[in-house]
Write a protein that binds this ligand. Structure first.
Ligand SMILES: Nc1nc2c(c(=O)[nH]1)N[C@H]1C(S)=C(S)[C@@H](COP(=O)(O)OP(=O)(O)OC[C@H]3O[C@@H](n4cnc5c(=O)[nH]c(N)nc54)[C@H](O)[C@@H]3O)O[C@H]1N2
Ligand SMILES: Nc1nc2c(c(=O)[nH]1)N[C@H]1C(S)=C(S)[C@@H](COP(=O)(O)OP(=O)(O)OC[C@H]3O[C@@H](n4cnc5c(=O)[nH]c(N)nc54)[C@H](O)[C@@H]3O)O[C@H]1N2
Ligand code: SF4
Ligand SMILES: [Mo]
Length: 712
């Protein structure tokens, strides 16, 4: 008789954090489906959740430490690996200073409890000003604006989709991405419910995305020009009669600052009709409830911070922020901002050595990583620690970084795969996989459309010689301090030696959330595998603000300076737009439901079916160049060139071409990285340019990259 059991876990592959129901037959996964009893995800699952089965069994997933020998690897024991890494890092720091060891944190850190409780502690122990993460290729502008307006970088309001009447999504494609800086599992069903109650969805995007296709209205803008549209909406709202809450200051300052940004200017720069800009402003003011949200498309472009600032200001001035159906803050069981578990943020406390770009919240923009490795002088990065990241594939100018990594004295990667980046490591330390560890989502519960709390214990016992990420971080941090000849403080000792689950329990027991009149605990959450429902989002302002007087000042200096810089030459910008060459092409990115940044492209369940790596080009742009549909084209930018098949599509607006990022794996420079076959394609970040960064915070510009194409 086969032993069959049903167990519950959570998917950690994207921000939707779906609850899963896993059938295990004789110790092996025999089925994965969405967990209907999960009060947040309500049974939703996507193909990636199902493919966790492949990830769990993937023979390419690393399970023991590796040491590199030329282009091959040998397995070594943990007791050899950890002291070796600590010794090498300590030697570099002793000889060249703390900052000579750089750190890069990748996206999956935000999806692991242990990475947050212990990985961050390891980074603090390394104590280098050369800290980088995927944040600066992603949501950095959101943090800068939340810090500037609300006093904390993690006070990030999300659309209350379940109650709104009007939802405006800008540069955001949740039908493919399942939502971002907005945990909204089962977006399709929530969108249907919105329609059924008579609400509207409006999308602003240069591409007719999967989300635009199901919207009530889709407005196209030229990539990188949203700022003109958004400032014009702010201007119109100011003219029509803003309705800010009593705790909002600086309305007059904003009104004056945005005066030059008329809807006509917006039309000239973006292509979005002036009448549409006016209608949208009026609709937002007139709606009973409305939420405006912008994501990758408006964050990773030339004016990311200003775009995100304008989006918050629109929500504030139309009176919808913190109101049911508007843009709302969550009341999570563990309040990262309120309890000081994450820093509030700081800007420009130091600058990058070579280019002088500002740090934010302790991190420098990833676009400077390669130059900080290759430029000689005091403070040059000579050793690197990467944790769950693949910056060669994921950050601008990947090829240059790839070459730079070769010149390091020492590199260690905490990662579960040999990838384009970790292949340069001297040592790779692989933690357990997502189904082998306890989990509670510290980050994404704070961004979810409903307040819930869910703890999922490890689904499988880990193999005897496997280590959790937190154990690797603990051991490495302790060994590093010792190798530097220092002593570990009692507080750090205690923190490092307490497991994530115990730390979680303490946080829940001292938190504000309660069930049946009693505080939450891990024990209590264990009894409810889908998680406990703490109800719909609640109005929390001004109490939750972390600003000095619990007030919001719209006139955030960084934003006002950036507006003033734009305002200086509005006429010049309009003229440049009118005279721009007809042949100019701007490259943007796209996500596919079955992709996950640069990894999982070797899993059988995600690689079946038609390829999806091509360059999307408008038929008129192909015809103008005499390029047939499907031909191999050479795409060139200031940073590099790739050759990839094109596909004619009028989903992209004329003048815009579109590539997915995170492709080009499998074989890299003739070296086969993984046993399993990977999807074809090229890396979009061979084209993006580390020299072009966002104006205020140095965020990467991966959308709106000027390119040319020709037949290869
Ligand atoms: N052109 C372009 N570039 C982009 C984007 C874009 O839209 N366009 N998007 C950007 C965005 S939003 C992001 S978040 C970044 C992502 O950038 P990165 O985080 O640098 O890259 P990922 O592809 O997410 O790689 C994650 C790595 O973590 C490893 N990993 C997975 N799970 C674990 C784990 O539990 N523990 C450990 N230690 N390792 C693990 C995987 O093997 C993988 O190698 O890419 C950015 N780059
Ligand atoms: N299937 C899948 N899901 C994922 C991921 C994945 O790789 N695959 N990655 C996860 C991660 S780490 C993140 S951060 C999220 C990201 O989630 P999203 O932000 O939804 O991701 P994108 O698909 O990059 O959406 C960006 C949109 O901006 C548009 N755009 C590009 N340039 C501009 C512009 O100048 N203006 C405007 N208005 N729009 C523009 C693009 O056409 C695209 O539709 O997705 C997460 N979920
Ligand atoms: S949408 Fe898919 S990848 Fe994202 S959490 Fe849910 S199942 Fe996982
Ligand atoms: Mo991301």
């Amino acid at each position: 008789m086969a032993q069959v059991s049903t167990r519950h876990t959570a998917c950690v592959l994207c921000e939707a954090m779906c609850g899963l129901e896993v059938t295990v037959t004789d110790g092996e996964i025999s089925g994965i489906r969405g967990h209907r009893g999960d009060p947040l995800s309500r049974g939703h699952i996507c193909p990636k959740g199902v493919a966790l089965q492949d990830l769990h069994a993937d023979p390419d997933r690393l399970r023991r430490p590796l040491r590199r020998r030329g282009t091959t690897w040998e397995e070594i024991g943990w007791d050899e690996a950890i002291p070796l890494v600590a010794r090498r890092l300590a030697a570099i720091q002793r000889e060249h200073g703390r900052d000579a060891v750089g750190v890069y944190l990748g996206n999956p850190n935000s999806h692991s409890l242990g990475a947050l409780t212990h990985g961050i502690q390891l980074v603090r122990t390394i104590r280098s000003k050369n800290s980088f993460s995927a944040t600066s290729v992603d949501q950095l502008p959101h943090h800068v604006v939340s810090w500037g307006l609300y006093g904390h970088q993690f006070l990030l309001p999300v659309p209350d989709i379940d109650r709104t009447d009007l939802l405006v999504l800008i540069g955001h494609n949740p039908m493919a991405s399942n939502g971002s800086i907005w945990t909204v599992p089962d977006f399709p069903a929530r969108r249907r419910a919105l329609r059924e109650r008579g609400g509207r969805l409006v999308v602003i995007d240069p591409r007719r995305t999967e989300t635009a296709k199901i919207a009530d209205a889709h407005h196209r803008v030229r990539p990188g020009t949203d700022v003109w549209v958004l400032l014009a909406i702010v201007r119109e709202v100011c003219a029509l009669g803003p309705r800010p809450a009593a705790y909002v200051d600086g309305v007059e300052t904003v009104r004056e600052a945005v005066a030059p940004f008329t809807p006509e200017v917006a039309q000239a720069l973006s292509g979005m009709p002036a009448a549409t800009v006016r209608e949208l402003a009026a609709a937002l003011l007139g709606a009973r409830s409305a939420a405006v949200h912008g994501r990758m498309g408006v964050s990773t472009q030339a004016h990311g911070v200003l775009c995100q600032w304008a989006i918050q200001v629109i929500n504030l001035l139309t009176g919808h922020l913190d109101q049911p159906g508007g843009l709302m803050f969550t009341s999570p069981a563990i309040d990262l901002a309120g309890r000081g578990l994450m820093g509030a943020g700081h800007y420009g406390a130091w600058r990058s050595r070579v280019r002088g770009l500002p740090e934010f919240g302790g991190e420098l923009p990833s676009s400077v990583l390669a130059e900080e490795i290759t430029t000689p002088g005091p403070g040059q990065i000579r050793g690197l620690v990467t944790i769950a990241g693949n910056p060669v594939s994921s950050t601008p100018g990947g090829r240059a970084l790839d070459a730079a990594l070769d010149s390091l004295d020492f590199m260690v990667a905490i990662d579960i795969y040999v990838n384009e980046t970790t292949r340069h490591a001297d040592v790779i330390l692989p933690p357990t996989g997502p189904l082998e560890r306890d989990h509670y989502d510290l980050i994404f519960h704070t961004l979810a459309v409903r307040n819930t709390a869910r703890f999922t214990p490890a689904l499988f016992e880990r193999p005897a010689d496997a280590r959790h990420d937190w154990e690797i971080a603990r051991d490495l941090a302790l060994a590093l301090v010792r190798a530097r000849g220092e002593r570990v403080s009692p507080v750090d000792q205690a923190r490092l030696r307490t497991s994530p689950t115990l730390q979680l329990d303490a946080l829940l027991r001292t938190g504000e959330a309660a069930l049946d009149g009693r505080r939450l605990s891990v024990k209590k959450l264990r009894q409810t595998p889908g998680g406990v429902d703490l109800g719909p989002l609640r109005s929390v302002l001004p109490g939750r603000l972390r600003t000095p007087e619990h007030r919001i000042d719209l006139g955030m200096p960084l934003a006002l300076d950036a507006i003033a810089a734009l305002a200086r030459d509005v006429a010049g910008a309009v003229e440049a737009a009118a005279t721009r060459g007809a042949g100019e092409l701007l490259l943007i990115g796209r996500r596919h439901q079955r992709d996950n940044n640069s990894w999982l492209h070797n899993l059988p369940r995600l690689t079946r079916g038609r390829p999806r790596h091509w360059l999307e080009v408008h038929p008129d742009d192909l015809a103008a160049r005499g390029i047939p549909d499907g031909a191999l084209v050479r795409v060139r930018s200031a940073a590099g060139a790739v050759e990839v098949e094109c596909q004619a599509s009028d989903d992209v607006m004329p003048g815009v071409v579109c590539l997915p990022h995170g492709y080009g794996q499998g074989t890299f420079d003739g070296v086969r990285l993984r046993e399993a076959a990977a999807l074809p394609g090229v890396s979009m970040n061979d084209l993006t340019d580390p020299a072009r960064v966002e104006a205020v915070a140095g965020n990467a510009v991966v959308n709106g990259v000027p390119v040319t194409i020709e037949r290869a």
